[in-house]
Design a protein. Structure first.
Length: 300
């Protein structure tokens, strides 16, 4: 909650959050703000993740400060989605919900997170405060979430936004990616229910980062395709895989890892991302803003 409030105080009313499900019983499961990280960071057992805990158990844990002491500040607990949705309604904030699952071990976990998030939002009257990030096509998504919704999809449709992730890996070729975009465009009233199409430009020579022709029309890159397709012309987003740049980051078990800046995948470099054609703005997630400020203002 502290991070969400800080973002609002900084003037941001669109906030992306990771969302996952607590455990262990389906009848008790709730969506919470977070990921399937080791609970050791919050004072729990090292091999325990939020998936092992009930909602009542999860909210008892606290975040750690930089010196590794537990924070008992009011807003430094692990909140359930319902708490954040209530806050979003009160403050006119849009939450971009990114479902997070513990690998492929649990069938339909991704669908459950989407459906349970929509159920919570509908119960609270907060559907207008929700955008759902999703890696699947629209028709596949509806098939997956319908068994877990509290009512027919028509009770939800048109009251919230989507953020399709259209080429989540380098294996997605042009035809498959454009087909995904076009299916979402058609199913959402010409993209009127889409806040962004999340596009990945993996490196300067990747097809999505270079000019291409589609149905006889020339495009500068995939950003240009989305820009020309959608009504406002500003609905393409590029999210870096590791927004901390080329220094690496920690995984969910707090082990050091390095990704996003190989010869094939350069998404971890925010300065590279903004250099692409039609790249206009870059938002950097980091706990070292001073480092980036120095790089931009006084690099030498």
């Amino acid at each position: 909650m502290a991070a969400a409030k800080a973002a609002l105080n900084a003037g941001h009313r669109i906030i992306e959050i990771d969302a996952a499900l607590t455990g262990p019983s389906n009848s008790m499961r709730k969506v919470f703000l977070g990921h399937y990280f080791s609970m050791s960071a919050a004072g729990g057992p090292a091999k325990t993740t939020p998936h092992h805990l009930t909602p009542a158990e999860l909210v008892k844990f606290k975040m750690r400060k930089r010196d590794q002491s537990l924070s008992f500040d009011e807003d430094d607990h692990l909140p359930l989605l319902s708490e954040l949705l209530t806050w979003a309604m009160e403050n006119q904030v849009l939450l971009m919900i990114d479902p997070k699952t513990p690998g492929s071990t649990l069938a339909h976990e991704h669908d459950r997170i989407i459906a349970y998030s929509l159920n919570e939002a509908r119960t609270l009257g907060a559907l207008a405060n929700v955008a759902i990030k999703n890696v699947n096509r629209h028709n596949w998504t509806l098939i997956g979430i319908k068994p877990y919704l509290d009512g027919p999809f028509s009770d939800y449709d048109g009251q919230f936004l989507w953020s399709p992730i259209v080429n989540k890996s380098m294996a997605f070729e042009k035809d498959e990616t454009l087909a995904s975009i076009n299916s979402w465009h058609k199913a959402t009233q010409n993209s009127k229910q889409v806040i962004t199409y999340e596009t990945s430009l993996y490196n300067p020579t990747f097809w999505a980062a270079t000019p291409f022709v589609e149905q006889g029309k020339n495009y500068l890159n995939l950003i240009d395709y989305v820009k020309q397709l959608t009504p406002l012309g500003k609905r393409s987003a590029v999210w870096s895989i590791d927004p901390v740049g080329d220094k690496g980051t920690l995984d969910r078990e707090y082990r050091w890892k390095f990704s996003g800046n190989s010869d094939k995948d350069k998404r971890g470099n925010p300065f590279r991302n903004i250099s692409y054609e039609l790249g206009r703005h870059v938002v950097i997630n980091t706990d070292r803003p001073d480092w980036y400020e120095q790089m931009v203002v006084n690099p030498y």
